[in-house]
Design a protein around this ligand. Structure first.
Ligand code: G
Ligand code: G
Ligand code: NA
Ligand code: MN
Length: 254
């Protein structure tokens, strides 16, 4: 936990930045949106991934301030893009325990003149597991704001299909561990294609959009398109990039 003290001050010190990874509508590959991905530019240690510091920030409580910064920054950036381009923001389960997130979003939408349907909130499956009713109240609050909800890393968490019936979600993001098997030989696939096809089919029947995460090969792209996946994400389609690069991309895709 050597980072914990530094983490308390990252916002004030201006050490955080967001990178943006393209989300492309399939099959035509039109630019549909970007996922905001947090980075910590540490003065000594260089760029640090959220996979390393978010768990520490969740434990120390620093995630509340960091999460508020992420939300405002992502919505500010999205307001510069065309109306048909959305932003997807990752939210920690810790943030979902406090109603502060609702006022942060409401305020940013108003300040930047952004319409709520251009904002998607990514929540992991595991975060939806809660017996207190607190999470379902929070998800209802988010829906009432008019933002969209996505289940992130679908298929890897502590999941239950019951959540899909209990909470209305707009999108399922199929975890890249499944996509990496798709379009490979049978030894690599080991059921991945069957899972991906089944999830996409089920989602379609429930009028839920799907994103295939982590598409790295044209074979994977072809297969998920064939399964009817509505959105693609991955290094083949676009790497996470700076806000400036994302701004150039929206102009060239116009
Ligand atoms: O490329 P990448 O290292 O950015 O992301 C690693 C993990 O960090 C992923 O699970 C991603 O969902 C998560 N993540 C990225 N940005 C954010 C953020 O702004 N907030 C939270 N809570 N998690 C994030
Ligand atoms: O948990 P979440 O799905 O939000 O994680 C997003 C993470 O996945 C980020 O760290 C992002 O950089 C990474 N990522 C995005 N596309 C690809 C890809 O095609 N391959 C791999 N290995 N990682 C990817
Ligand atoms: Na995510
Ligand atoms: Mn994911």
């Amino acid at each position: 936990l050597a980072f914990a003290e530094d983490l308390a001050m990252v916002v004030e010190r201006g050490q955080l930045e967001l990178h943006y990874q393209p989300l492309l509508a399939l099959p035509d590959r039109r630019l549909a949106g970007f996922e905001a991905l947090l980075r910590w530019r540490h003065p000594d240690k260089g760029m640090i991934s959220p996979a390393e510091f978010v768990p520490i920030a969740e434990a120390s409580g620093a995630i509340e301030k960091i999460g508020a910064w992420v939300m405002r920054e992502a919505l500010r950036e999205a307001a510069r893009w065309p109306e048909d381009v959305y932003v997807s923001v990752n939210v920690s389960p810790v943030q979902l325990r406090s109603p502060a997130i609702l006022s942060q979003i409401r305020r940013a939408l108003a300040d930047f003149g952004l319409s709520p349907e251009r904002v998607e909130i990514e929540i992991t499956e595991t975060a939806m597991v809660d017996n207190s009713g607190q999470i379902s109240a929070m998800l209802a609050g988010l829906r009432a704001l008019g933002v969209r909800l996505a289940i992130d890393d679908f298929g890897t968490g502590y999941s239950s299909l019951a959540h899909l019936r209990e909470f209305k979600v707009d999108r399922i993001k199929i975890d890249r561990s499944f996509i990496s098997g798709v379009g490979e030989g049978p030894d690599e696939d080991r059921g991945a294609s069957a899972v991906v096809r089944a999830v996409i089919g089920m989602a379609r029947d429930m009028s839920i959009d799907t994103t295939a995460e982590g598409i790295e090969t044209s074979g994977q792209l072809e297969r998920v398109v064939g399964f009817g996946c509505s959105t693609g994400q991955g290094y083949l389609l676009g790497r996470p990039m700076t806000a400036a690069a994302a701004g150039s991309l929206v102009k060239s895709s116009g």
